[in-house]
Design a binder for this molecule. Sequence first.
Ligand SMILES: Nc1ncnc2c1ncn2[C@@H]1O[C@H](COP(=O)(O)OP(=O)(O)O)[C@@H](O)[C@H]1O
Ligand SMILES: [Mg+2]
Length: 397
Amino acid sequence: MSYTVLARRYRSTAFEGVIGQEPIAQTLKNAIKSGRIAHAYLFSGTRGVGKTSMARIYARALNAPATIPDCPVPPGEHEYPPEDVQQRMATAIMAGDDLNVIEIDGASNRSVEDARQLIGNASLAPTGNARFKIYIIDEVHMLTKEAFNTLLKTMEEPPAHVKFILCTTEPHKVLATIQSRCQRFDFRNLPSARIAEHLTNVLKQEKIEAQADAIWQVARLGNGSMRDALSLMDRLIATGKFPLSAKILEEMLGLPPVEQVVGLVEAMAAGDIGKTLTQTAALIDGGIAVEQFFDVLIERLRVLMLVAACGKDSELVELADDARDLAATQAQSFDAAGIVHMIALCENVQRTCKLSSNPRALLDAAMVRLALAEKMADVSAVLQGGGQAGFGAQKKN
Ligand SMILES: Nc1ncnc2c1ncn2[C@@H]1O[C@H](COP(=O)(O)OP(=O)(O)O)[C@@H](O)[C@H]1O
Ligand SMILES: [Mg+2]
């Protein structure tokens, strides 16, 4: 049997299931209830945040309202088909193959001609006693000019039974003439905590064991996109190593082990130059480039800065509980202002390293400087290659 990816198997089928987009779901439901259903909508947002899912659910609510519990029925004169027929429609809509809910991919060139034809057919009434003919056009900004023109023409005077839901990751590329005919909804990037929560549920249903660390790391790497996080989880599951752990993920992606990074910062905080250099060497020997080394260190410092500034329970801190506690302990050695300077120093040296014939030496020197932060000269002076002025607030005693 072929494997269906998690992102497809776990597509939301009801308004409530579209995580993180509750305000949009609420507005759409209200629109149905009050009968103020727009002719055209523009859904914008990063990939994998629920635009297509929401579009299908909205289409389902319009054409098969009986299949959604507590969903208001669009007012107006229309006799909806019996419930079993609506149920069949709903299944087809959610699978993307209902005849009256037409999905067009603006990005794939081949279908642009089709798109033109399909949109051209908008004036024909919906089939099978369906109420609306709904066009879901994905990546609408990629449509060819001819397709756009056809779309515009139809959108100017749409037949009463036609609705458009345009989706895009790049709203600024959608013609102003199209935008002005749409009601626009901006889908937000999903917070890691919500992604982690969903991943946990999915894994539970899949009966797959995973450590919280691994789940949080996958959630964070999703960068606000649920689909990206689910795809990464697919890859992690494909390793066949259970329970899934941060270590397996790090190996898979060639990321440095978190403990090593944590250990490095600990050595720096303790002002232990020897250990700082040993930990630095361990990370580099593990195979990461100097540039990535700084990326990783900066990210860790950022986490500590967030903990120092906002407290460990802040939702800005995207870590599993254990890792959160550990970060809180580590953050006690620093204050937020000090970390700002450390990040600035790292960033600066990272840039210099790109031009240097001996980046490793610059890296080691920077690490010694950070370990010596307390005794160190003002960072801005150091950055200019200058003197020993009195900056000493990076680490707390
Ligand atoms: N907000 C969300 N809540 C739950 N799952 C989501 C969400 N956004 C995306 N997904 C997951 O990602 C997959 C693709 O989502 P989709 O709606 O096609 O995103 P988009 O159209 O924004 O690229 C869905 O099948 C679902 O598994
Ligand atoms: Mg989509």
